[in-house]
Design a protein around this ligand. Structure first.
Ligand SMILES: [Zn+2]
Ligand SMILES: [Zn+2]
Length: 353
């Protein structure tokens, strides 16, 4: 099997060839039809997260081992299963839930494997989709995509379930009050489309890029606000009749978190999803006095991905631009993403070449 692997942080991926493994036990081997190129792959290949104030978290200190085949947004076609892999057969097309935990701790048993303290996430801690084949430890991580095209279904595994997981945290107010979404790139448009499919009342998108604001309006946002405008908070407060009940920050930078907190009404929630990085100083009395909440959201659970795929099969996928590229373009695809040249999503299609 051929894969493009991260062998050294900060360096281009390298083509590696290995013998294609045979599935053991409950394992399932898939041929990779589509592998989305995600922003977090840039963080992984850089080797660190910016924690603000010059501090960095080194990912190699967090259990990531090189060489690593990245790629956590995977759709594959089942090739073979081990003797204990039930419920799948050759040719089945499945999106892979990549946020796999140890499977035995209380968190995993409760169905929140993405929060396990001993993660085995595909494309992060275990081999992922930048390859012509991928091994999945158990068929329960495979979800039938029906007639959704593989390159459109792949992003559901990260960009989709991440925004769905964040939206679920504000589900109590979503049907009756507008939701503010900061960041109108690929993740923002995914969030907007899923918000609509979930029956959300209206979404206010915030972005500093006029082209992205235009795309958000075209995709059905009720308003699109320039995050750099001096009156950005006042505009949000006006559009929400006094402040937002729910803000989802898909950027996660100093300015966006500050903007999000300032835009909340009493009792409102800010959900931070983005990993841009930075740090802010918080005035603590505002939390009790305004009864606001600041919560992080990391990907989503297996159950949430199952719900999301069912929702998308019933209501249709958001119209997000998707560009497919061969696996051999993996380095160019990452470079384009880093340079801000990608609109929507780039998806590698290893099986097509
Ligand atoms: Zn991702
Ligand atoms: Zn666990």
């Amino acid at each position: 099997m051929k894969s493009y692997d991260l062998c050294e942080c900060g360096a281009p991926l390298r083509l590696m060839e290995r013998e294609t493994p045979k599935p053991q036990g409950s394992e399932v081997l898939l041929k990779v039809l589509a592998a989305g190129v995600c922003h977090s792959d840039l963080h992984i290949s850089d080797g660190y997260y910016d924690m603000g104030g010059g501090k960095r978290v080194q990912l190699l200190d967090r259990g990531i081992k090189l060489p690593l085949t990245m790629g956590h947004e995977i759709v594959g076609e089942v090739v073979a299963g081990g003797p204990e892999a039930r419920g799948v057969k050759g040719g089945d097309r499945r999106v892979v839930f990549p946020w796999i935990g140890c499977g035995v701790c209380n968190v995993c048993q409760a169905g929140e494997e993405q929060l396990c303290l001993a993660p085995r996430s595909l494309g992060v801690f275990a081999s992922g989709g930048y390859s012509d084949h991928v091994m999945v430890p158990h068929p329960r991580y495979l979800i039938d995509i029906g007639d959704i095209a593989p390159e459109r279904a792949a992003p559901l595994a990260c960009s989709g379930v991440t925004t769905y997981g964040a939206l679920r945290k504000v589900a109590a107010t979503m049907a009756n009050e507008p939701t503010v979404i900061i960041g109108a790139g690929g993740l923002g448009l995914m969030c907007l489309g899923i918000h609509k499919a979930m029956g959300g009342k209206g979404a206010i998108l915030v972005d500093i890029d006029p082209a992205k604001r235009g795309a958000a309006l075209k995709a059905g946002a009720m308003a699109a606000i320039d995050g750099n405008a001096k009156d950005a908070v006042a505009q949000i407060v006006k559009l929400t009749n006094g402040g937002a009940w729910a803000v989802i920050d898909l950027v996660g930078a100093d300015q966006t978190v500050k903007l999000g907190l300032a835009s909340l009404t009493k009792g409102g929630k800010l959900i931070v999803v983005g990993l841009f990085g930075g740090e802010i100083t918080l005035s603590l009395p505002v939390f009790p006095l305004r009864a606001i909440a600041l919560q992080g959201s990391y990907t989503g659970s297996l159950g949430e991905l199952q719900e999301l795929v069912a929702l998308m099969r019933a209501k249709g996928m958001p119209e997000i631009p998707v560009r497919t590229r061969p696996l051999t373009d993996a380095n160019e695809a990452l470079a384009d993403l880093r340079a801000g040249k990608v609109i929507g999503r780039v998806v590698l299609t290893p099986a097509a070449h």
